[in-house]
Design a protein around this ligand. Structure first.
Ligand code: C2E
Ligand code: MG
Ligand code: MG
Length: 286
């Protein structure tokens, strides 16, 4: 009866088989075949420039639709892909796909547009990551400065010396690096000091209770200030209400991402949105 529910079967399976070895095995088996069966797609979520209302960059977000399992969220399958090593092939696919797509938008007249791609922890420990990224940039004809790689602080702090070297080489290519989910681990500030990162992405959990919650407000205010003082770009993630946006505008938070502006979109939807010009959420209109 799960099958009848079609696309959204995954919710059913999670309830029925949470933690079960059966689900785990099924996920793993299907995940191993997902690439060759062409079951992945990328959705693209706009990140909007506060000053202009224009889409500054798009974050590529991986989607997996499987016949048996329905839509499986990345929070479920990415950790499994890391565990099983499948992530290496997935990372390469995502990067190539995202760069090819960006190239198409740029050629359609949006040359300033950038793309942000999430990188797994595994990617960083491959010594030849920078070489592989350089090869993909070359292959797709995308300029390095059009690419931002997003890393979580967990990933950055997980292992000792490998990332530092790897990140240095990536930056030498001319791309930029973002720290994602900022503020959610115990080592956020150490990560900031240790690595020279370009962009700070404030975790959605700090945005959710704005502007009413005094603690969230104080933290976000401090983080926007911190990013400014460190000459980093700052992105607020998870903006859903006009009140949250008003607060962030007041603070001068440079880049904005959230359902208020747009959900993750198909490439066609992105093209349509780009053609319409600057984004005008309710609050920016006035
Ligand atoms: P993330 O990189 O922090 O991505 C932001 C997540 O927040 C996305 O979830 C996005 O859909 C969601 N989001 C954005 N704005 C809003 C909002 O206003 N409200 C709410 N409720 N949610 C919002 P998604 O697509 O489910 O991705 C979850 C995580 O999976 C990502 O978090 C990222 O860590 C990971 N991920 C996604 N794609 C990839 C990928 O290609 N490679 C790797 N390694 N990880 C990926
Ligand atoms: Mg991200
Ligand atoms: Mg996040």
């Amino acid at each position: 009866y799960a099958k009848e529910r079609g696309k959204n079967t995954f919710q059913f399976y999670t309830h029925a088989m949470t933690q079960s070895a059966c689900l785990h095995l099924m996920l793993e088996t299907q995940l191993r075949r997902a690439l060759e069966r062409d079951e992945f797609t990328l959705a693209y979520q706009p990140i909007v420039d506060l000053a202009t209302g224009k889409i500054n960059r798009l974050e590529a977000l991986l989607r997996w639709h499987n016949q048996e399992l329905g839509d499986v969220p990345p929070a479920t399958f990415i950790p499994l892909a890391e565990e099983t090593g499948v992530i290496k092939a997935i990372d390469a696919w995502v990067l190539r796909q995202a760069l090819n797509q960006l190239k198409r938008w740029q050629e359609a007249g949006h040359g300033e547009l950038r793309i942000a791609v999430n990188l797994s922890g595994q990617a960083l420990v491959h010594q030849n990551l920078a070489d592989r990224v350089a090869a993909l940039l070359e292959e797709t004809g995308v300029a390095a400065h059009s690419l931002e790689l997003e890393l979580t602080e967990g990933v950055l702090m997980r292992n000792s010396s490998a990332p530092l070297e790897s990140l240095k080489r990536l930056k030498e290519l001319g791309l930029t690096l973002a720290i994602d989910d900022f503020g959610t681990s115990h080592s956020s500030l150490s990560a900031l000091r240790r690595f020279h990162l370009d962009t700070l992405k404030i975790d959605r959990s700090f945005i959710t209770d704005l502007p009413g919650d005094q603690d969230s407000a104080a933290i976000v205010r401090a983080l926007v200030g911190l990013a400014g003082n460190m000459r980093m770009a700052v992105v607020a993630v998870g903006i859903e209400t006009a009140e949250q946006l008003a607060f962030l505008r007041e603070l001068g938070c440079g880049l904005l991402q959230g359902f208020l502006f747009s959900r993750p979109l198909t490439p066609l939807e992105v093209a349509e949105l780009l053609a319409r010009g600057p984004m005008v959420p309710p609050d920016i209109a006035t």
